[in-house]
Design a protein around this ligand. Structure first.
Ligand SMILES: Cc1ncc(COP(=O)(O)O)c(C=O)c1O
Length: 445
């Protein structure tokens, strides 16, 4: 517990630095409570205002969160590099890890042969003078997006979806601004929003995407940006349906005060058609990562949108990182153009679908409701997350607690199905059913 770590300092800067050190070294773990403002002020012989200022600074940087009477606590994944071991609960020997949200490495295209080809063809270095996006990659991306109904005149490339979203939010919003996000939603996005000093507004999500009343309420509450996951929503597997897309387009039409961001991270794997919102608002962006179909190692996403929005992202990148390595861009282009890779990605999508549908059906047969329309995760509502995660770990299955993904949504656990085999489904479903509907307490005959 937090009480063991001695926070030190006589100014707000020293106090916040001391808390940061505690988090970085693992002495303060995610979820640990910081002392109450008055108690710490008394212990350090400073004014409560000094401690309050330190906590505010830590809050704005996303290291801690304050939840009313529950006080101030270290956030689940604070944005400072922590020794990894401090964040991970000790794995039980032999437990299956279904908590990571990773694609199945056996279903990712092997990069070696393409790297070898690239090595043979790489030619002269392109250097600083070259355009930041390879024209051939931009043309291929445009074609792929247009085939899905996304108008993609302007294209830039970022270091993955989250990098693109960070650049979009940083270019359009200021600390304190509100961002509407799906609830439950992508844990990394919630962490990013906290790290940027923005405020998340949760939008309830069902199997067809973010709910229209939820988006409406977020707009009324002053959201300056809305992030929608097109397909394979993390953690629920939702995919925006044609009907939901129509309703949201009508609701958002002409909203000049809102930045609309779509995250189509499953793309070629999704197995259901895309129903884009692109262009519903004057400021919009559509981000498509290659992480899930082709591998997170590639760290690349294409980003399209209205001219001003794309220009802001590309312009800011130009005065910083510059561009995404053209070597990576070439590699992605080679993967896109390779028929064997296209076939492998298609088979991976079908395989995830079988595992997901298999688990949802096995759970339904035991009377357990679960969500998993698309993607690599299944979301199971549970009465108590801590009990569920612990009991499943004891049964040999490591799953992610919904707390990482939730703002106000009801509790649940996220089960990543990507590594499951057919033979796993029945025992896993039985273990989940036991935690969702535990046997009634009391004596048995
Ligand atoms: C909702 C969502 N978007 C995007 C991504 C991929 O992000 P990146 O391209 O930064 O690897 C993930 C990965 O888990 C995700 O869950």
């Amino acid at each position: 517990m937090a009480a063991r770590y001695q926070i030190a300092g006589s100014s707000s800067a020293e106090i916040s630095a001391s808390v940061e050190t505690g988090i970085r070294t693992g002495a303060l773990a995610p979820g640990d409570a910081l002392p109450a403002v008055r108690a710490l002020a008394a212990a350090l012989a400073v004014s409560p205002a000094t401690v309050a200022k330190a906590y505010q600074e830590l809050r704005q940087r996303g290291l801690v969160a304050t939840a009313g009477r529950h006080g101030t606590r270290v956030r689940p994944r604070p944005p400072v590099a922590t020794r990894r071991a401090a964040l991970m609960p000790p794995p039980l020997p032999g437990a299956r890890d279904l908590s990571a949200g990773q694609p199945d490495s056996r279903l990712l295209p092997p990069l070696g042969p393409h790297l070898a080809l690239l090595a043979a063809e790489i030619g002269a270095p392109s250097g600083y003078a070259a355009t930041p996006v390879l024209p051939a990659l931009a043309a291929a991306a445009r074609d792929r997006l247009a085939a899905d109904g996304v108008p993609a005149e302007e294209i830039t490339v970022t270091g993955g979806a989250l990098d693109g979203i960070e650049r979009l939010l940083a270019a359009h919003l200021r600390p304190g601004d509100a961002v509407a996000v799906e609830d439950p939603g992508w844990a990394n996005l919630l962490d990013l929003i906290a790290a940027l000093g923005l405020r998340p507004i949760g939008v309830p999500v069902d199997d067809e995407g973010p709910s229209e009343p939820g988006v409406r309420a977020a707009l009324t509450a002053g959201a300056r940006a809305l992030v929608v996951t097109s397909r394979a929503q993390n953690p629920t597997g939702a995919a925006v349906s044609a009907e939901r897309a129509g309703a949201l387009r009508t609701l958002l039409a002409g909203r000049a005060d809102l930045l609309l961001i779509e995250d189509d991270h499953a793309a070629e794997l999704a197995g259901v058609p895309l129903h884009p919102l692109a262009g519903a608002t004057p400021a919009w962006a559509f981000v498509r990562s290659v992480s899930k179909p082709y591998g997170p190692d590639l760290r690349l996403a294409v980003l399209t949108g209205d001219e001003a929005t794309v220009a802001r992202v590309a312009g800011r990148a130009r005065v910083g990182a510059g561009w995404v390595s053209t070597v990576l861009q070439r590699l992605v282009l080679a993967l896109w153009q390779d028929p064997a890779t296209t076939d492998l990605v298609r088979r991976a999508g079908e395989s995830y679908e079988r595992r997901r549908d298999g688990l949802v059906a096995a759970l339904a047969a035991l009377g357990v409701a679960a969500h998993g329309r698309t993607g690599i995760n299944v979301w199971v509502p549970v009465p108590d997350e801590t009990l569920a995660v612990t009991a499943l770990r004891d049964a040999g299955w490591s799953v992610a607690p919904g707390a990482l993904h939730r703002i106000a949504a009801a509790p649940g656990v996220r089960i990543t199905v990507s590594s499951l085999d057919e033979a796993d489904l029945a025992p896993l479903a039985a273990a989940v059913a036991r935690v969702v509907r535990p046997a009634p307490a009391g004596f048995t005959a």
